[in-house]
Design a protein around this ligand. Structure first.
Ligand SMILES: *Cc1c(COP(=O)(O)O)cnc(C)c1O
Length: 408
């Protein structure tokens, strides 16, 4: 007898991850016994806290091939992205005012760039190809002698597409332009080495890799070149003056432990989760026609699947699978339901974008859960299509794009 399955099923690991129990254990003493302020230099309470922070700094650095001095702890990747982009913009203003990014970036990057535009900076938003990848020729063509920063994400949070970061790093290096990458979805999941990839800054977040929420880091290169950043938060000069504010010691300890576990278990986690993702993909394709994978399958995170289900309406689809926690291709912005700007950038129409689902698998996803989710989707999509005249016409071979619609 298979184990009864526990509902609802969590398949939204790109939004956040549960904290690994081993991480919680590592954090606990730093709330009570070892509660010191890491900046208290004159007593053992402070020394203990500082020692724990420095251990975590090394654990995070080791995961990405950096030196501990290059890790600046922040409140999360939103802050890290802001610090990298605004910090470079202000520090290198004399050198130029042009920034290059990409249309499928996370809002933490896009909206930061938008703010800089209001302050007189010029921003190029590179398009992506149908598979979600930036075209390196577009990147080269966008570079001018005023370009001070290229900021392009490593892996996309909706479609899991992994950009050619090493190639971008090489281009940036050759032109003497700083390169920041939002590496939140990639770090801890796929190999990421700051020197192999030639990145100058990289944003990370603990809660996307089995650590706690509200803590992240920015990698800031110290040699060849040494990156200088204007801080965006002023105060006591913590974190080498780049990020003032009392350090979140328990959070940082948890981040460090989470990074260590990812480093040690990445290979086995990846093998397991890739097999589950393939199982889900195969079952969906066996059970349904007219479904489309969004983004390159080859250049993709192992735990991501993003699929458009044609001829079903997005809201009905989500309602039909309400015991499964996934994300849809619709973003709730205030009152309206906007189709995902990432899927639209790949060329998806509004309908297909709305009827898309992002599956995010992770450390505790089971085969039973994958089977349940696949079976559920097959039955829900089949039922919805039975009520869809468009699906029927398409099956009869009518080319819907050439149909004349009568409007009454
Ligand atoms: C989650 C996420 C962020 C924001 O990270 P927080 O730590 O939640 O602020 C930024 N970029 C990407 C790609 C993300 O997935």
């Amino acid at each position: 007898m298979p184990m009864p399955i526990k509902l609802p099923i969590y398949m939204d690991y790109h939004a956040t991850t549960p904290v690994d129990p081993r991480v919680v254990q590592a954090m606990l003493p730093y709330f009570t016994e070892h509660f010191g302020n890491a900046a208290s230099r004159n007593h053992p309470f402070g020394w203990e806290a500082e020692e724990a922070v420095e251990k975590a700094r090394k654990q995070v650095a080791d995961l990405i091939g950096a030196s501990p001095k290059e890790i600046v702890f922040t409140s999360g990747a939103t802050e890290s992205d802001n610090l990298a982009i605004k910090g470079v913009a202000e520090m290198y203003r004399e050198k130029g005012n042009h920034i290059i990014t990409c249309v499928t970036e996370h809002k933490a990057v896009i909206d930061t760039c938008k703010r800089l535009e209001k302050e007189g900076y010029r921003v190029t938003y590179l398009p992506v190809q149908k598979d979600g990848l930036v075209d390196l020729n577009d990147l080269k063509a966008a570079i001018s002698d005023k370009t001070i920063l290229i900021t392009i994400m490593t892996a996309n949070n909706e479609i899991g597409v992994v950009q050619p970061v090493a190639e971008i790093g090489a281009i940036a290096k050759e032109k003497g332009i700083l390169f920041h990458t939002d590496a939140v979805q990639a770090v801890g999941k796929i190999p990421f080495n700051v020197n192999d990839l030639k990145v100058d800054m990289a944003a990370m977040s603990a809660h996307k890799m089995y650590g706690p929420k509200g803590v992240g880091a920015l990698y800031v290169r110290r040699r060849n070149p040494r990156v200088l950043l204007s801080p965006i938060i002023d105060g006591g000069g913590h974190e080498r003056g780049m990020r003032s504010g009392t350090l979140n010691v328990p959070g940082i300890v948890g981040f460090g432990k989470a990074a260590e576990l990812c480093r040690l278990e990445m290979a086995s986690d990846t093998a397991r989760v890739t097999a589950l993702r393939e199982r889900l993909n195969k079952k969906l394709h066996e059970g349904l026609d007219e479904i489309y994978i969004n983004g390159s399958i080859e250049h993709r995170l192992p735990h991501n699947l993003n699929i458009s289900f044609a001829y079903v309406e997005g809201e009905s689809l989500l309602m039909g699978i309400n015991d499964v926690a996934v994300s849809s291709g619709s973003a709730c912005t205030s009152a309206s339901l906007e189709p995902s700007y990432v899927l639209k950038a790949l060329g998806a129409g509004d309908d297909l974008a709305h009827s898309s689902i992002r599956f995010g698998l992770g450390r505790w996803t089971t085969e039973e859960e994958v089977d349940y989710v696949a079976n559920k989707l097959v039955s829900v999509v089949t039922r919805l299509r039975e009520m869809s005249p468009l699906y029927e016409l398409a099956k009869e071979g009518v080319d819907l794009s050439t149909m004349q619609w009568e409007v009454h």
